[in-house]
Design a protein around this ligand. Sequence first.
Ligand SMILES: CC(C)(COP(=O)(O)OP(=O)(O)OC[C@H]1O[C@@H](n2cnc3c(N)ncnc32)[C@H](O)[C@@H]1OP(=O)(O)O)[C@@H](O)C(=O)NCCC(=O)NCCS
Length: 342
Amino acid sequence: MRATVDRAGLDSESRTPHIKIRRVRKGDLSKVRDVTEQAFGDYFERLLGTRPRQVFGGAQYVHHRWLMEPWGCFVAEENDGKIIGAVVAVMWGTVGLVGPLAVLTNYQNQDIGQQLLRAAQEFFDENRAALTGVVTYPSSPRHLYLYHKFGYKPKSLVAIMIRAVDRLPAGGPPRAAKSSLAVRRFSALEESKKKSMLLKVRKITNGIYRGLDLGKEIEIVDGLALGDTFLLESGRELVGFAVVHTPGVSEAPLGSLYVKYLAIDRALRKAEHFDHFLSALEHVAREMGLGRLIVPVYSAYFAAYQTLVERGYQIDYTMVRMKRGKQEDYEDPDDFVLDDWR
Ligand SMILES: CC(C)(COP(=O)(O)OP(=O)(O)OC[C@H]1O[C@@H](n2cnc3c(N)ncnc32)[C@H](O)[C@@H]1OP(=O)(O)O)[C@@H](O)C(=O)NCCC(=O)NCCS
């Protein structure tokens, strides 16, 4: 006999149960992580034919993002309080980013993903986002359709690139020939100096996109010791910075040092600066006994992409960036920026 409920998520009379979208509370966090990892795990299994042992290679996205931006995190909850979907959104100053978004497999195609996206969009509107973005799977008609329905236009590819560093020659940190470049850690600054450093960082990001601000990402990495922000300096001048995660409870997969964001000041941009910074980060990874450095690069930043290829970085996989709002194609191909919108 055919079961009356042939699709979980529908009740015994095949009605979609009442779904409530509400903000994430502290007590939801592990459930939100489970739901996200289950939904992505199922998706990867369908895509690849096997289920990865660890869905994001050990990277985590929920707890610290909620601490960083609690008002941007929503769940979809069934009548009985069961969490069946979630979305996480964050404001980087004037730029709003959405993801991860996940709905349990048995509840998909019942408008729940769209209700969650609507909540994220309202959060962006409340915060007057000038531009909002997402990265998704370029070969998935469903994903492209879903975000397009919300006004997001598909743009260029994002390459998640990797370089093995355990085979690099041993030795001290790189020294640039005839240059005064030095790399410091944000965490090593006196508390009173951190605020003024954040202002210098904001000046760099503001030059890339008006109002872009990575302050929250830097503060959460510092506050929770998820990694560190590295500062590339020439004397007292800040040339660039990189927000970097180390494995544990961060967005770094196991065994990898991961660059969440890196930018070289537009006024000081030179391939040598970017190259020097990368080699310093490779050195950090090696010193920590990590096997590889993972860097995301948006292909519109062509000079950065080119430099990475020349340094021996290989593409692990690609995603597509989708955007909605003002100045969608703001990227300058000569800027050295690595920015992960996942
Ligand atoms: C992506 C995801 C969140 C969508 O959630 P969902 O609850 O199924 O989404 P919805 O039901 O609200 O909307 C899906 C839409 O895609 C449409 N769709 C489904 N399959 C499609 C296909 N092959 N081609 C085009 N459109 C498709 C549906 O018809 C629906 O649109 P409609 O309401 O206009 O008819 C969910 O599939 C998921 O969790 N996937 C795994 C994790 C993931 O990939 N997250 C997003 C990463 S960017």
